[in-house]
Design a binder for this molecule. Structure first.
Ligand SMILES: CC(C)(COP(=O)(O)OP(=O)(O)OC[C@H]1O[C@@H](n2cnc3c(N)ncnc32)[C@H](O)[C@@H]1OP(=O)(O)O)[C@@H](O)C(=O)NCCC(=O)NCCS
Length: 157
């Protein structure tokens, strides 16, 4: 059974663990603990048979919100858990009066860009050289950040 549950401070460690498995540049546990204490952040976890597979963390400011992080355990990526999380958080934010959901994604992050495209996000800006990634030779490479927006009121669900 797949279910989506609200996240809270007790989920900081599992979020940090999933992020650590999914990304070469994860946030420390303390960053999750701090974020989850903040009353303007909201989060959801997707569980399969009770085991967390992924999560989304957003921050709300009036009628706008931003995805701070979304990550799915690498062994379970490509199974629509990411989409499930985005659709579910958009529904929850709609109830809280949010009209637009924003995020920033590295231009070279193909899986994340696929996810956001299929969820209806549109590119609304670009920050040149915003991210510094390491290439195969461990040399720093500048990558643009794409700013993306989803109009929640127009989401087709
Ligand atoms: C981004 C992420 C959350 C997506 O989670 P997911 O559960 O795999 O998401 P979904 O299964 O709903 O969709 C993923 C899409 O990416 C596609 N995809 C997967 N690998 C891909 C690749 N290498 N190139 C292009 N598309 C890819 C999948 O095919 C799927 O699209 P489709 O359904 O149209 O075929 C996951 O890849 C992740 O945790 N990445 C690491 C953390 C990260 O980068 N987060 C985003 C920060 S902005």
């Amino acid at each position: 059974m797949i279910e989506v549950i609200p996240g809270n401070i007790t989920h900081a460690a599992i979020m940090a663990e999933i992020h650590g498995a999914a990304s070469p540049d994860p946030w420390p546990l303390s960053a999750y603990a701090e974020s989850l204490k903040n009353p303007s952040t909201h989060s959801l976890l997707v569980l399969e048979e009770g085991t967390p597979r992924g999560f989304v963390l957003v921050q709300q400011a009036a009628d706008e919100a931003e995805i701070l992080m979304i990550a799915v355990n690498p062994s379970f990526q490509g199974k629509n858990y990411g989409k499930h999380l985005v659709v579910s958080i958009a529904e929850q934010l709609e109830q809280k009066g949010v009209k637009a959901l924003f995020l920033e994604v590295a231009e070279d992050n193909a899986p994340a860009r696929s996810l956001y495209a299929k969820c209806g996000f549109a590119q609304v800006g670009r920050r040149k050289g915003y991210y510094a990634h390491a290439n195969a030779r461990r040399q720093p490479v500048k990558v643009d950040a794409l700013l993306m927006r989803l109009d929640i009121v127009e989401t087709d669900r």
